[in-house]
Design a protein around this ligand. Structure first.
Ligand SMILES: *Cc1c(COP(=O)(O)O)cnc(C)c1O
Length: 230
């Protein structure tokens, strides 16, 4: 798929759901991609990029400093990496426990910065997966909303790999709506949908789709990648 095709597909999915395509943001997921590849996509009008691996991301953020890129951290957060995330990213999608939220907030306060954020929800209750369990979400929302330097905007989800994602997206949307109607009226971001399922995610209410492979082509296999980035 080319970038132009993705934009058309976003428009068609939005139309099917009677939504305005302008309310859906494309986040280009650039993990494993070079600065040169990112710059080529930037030149075609994409300004938001998502990265999963901190060391790799920091190098690219530095190399592309002169471009007006909005950087999103979308990988699992290790507590000892919060300082670099708070210092270098505009958005973080993967807050899933109070400890990382507090640590991010401490650094942000020192730096006099604010970060936009989503809480990652483990909507399918998968044991090994990152993300807060649905039962613990309410308490985490209250904690994060009380932190002055984190602007909590909504939820991020990665559905179970082996089932139809529509139900996971729909349940996430329902939980999002519940919070928006009660304790988090300012929420405006539902980060869901990747290359293989972004059209379904948009039909179910996504406001931000995170697309890697469909923009950049297939990634190197995971084992080879781990040797490069760890
Ligand atoms: C890699 C990744 C994506 C993009 O996946 P593609 O299938 O390449 O589009 C989106 N979100 C997260 C959290 C990812 O790690």
């Amino acid at each position: 798929m080319m970038l132009a095709d993705i934009r058309v597909a976003i428009g068609s999915s939005a139309a099917r759901a009677s939504r305005d395509a302008d309310t859906i943001q494309l986040l280009a997921v650039s993990k494993t991609r070079t600065s040169t590849e990112i710059e080529a996509v930037y030149d075609r009008g994409v300004t938001s990029f998502g990265e999963n691996y901190l060391q790799e991301a920091l190098e690219k953020i530095r190399a592309l400093e002169s471009l007006a890129i909005e950087w999103h951290f979308i990988g699992p957060i290790q507590s000892n990496k919060t300082r670099d995330i708070a210092t270098n990213f505009h958005w973080v999608h993967t807050i899933d426990r109070p400890r990382v939220a507090r640590r991010l907030s401490d650094t942000l306060a020192q730096r006099k910065r604010t970060i936009d954020a989503c809480i990652q929800l483990n909507v399918d209750r998968e044991p090994q997966k990152a993300g807060v369990m649905p039962d613990d979400l309410g308490a985490l929302v209250a904690e994060v909303r009380a932190l002055p330097h984190i602007r909590l905007r909504g939820l991020m989800v990665i559905p179970r790999a082996d089932t139809d994602p529509r139900s996971s997206f729909a349940r996430t949307r329902a939980i999002f709506d519940e919070h928006k109607a009660t304790d988090a009226p300012e929420w405006d971001t539902l980060s869901m949908g990747m290359s293989s399922d972004f059209e379904i995610a948009i039909e179910e209410g996504a406001t931000m789709v995170r697309i890697g492979t469909a923009i950049f082509g297939p990634r190197p296999d995971k084992k080879a990648l781990e040797r490069v980035v760890t």
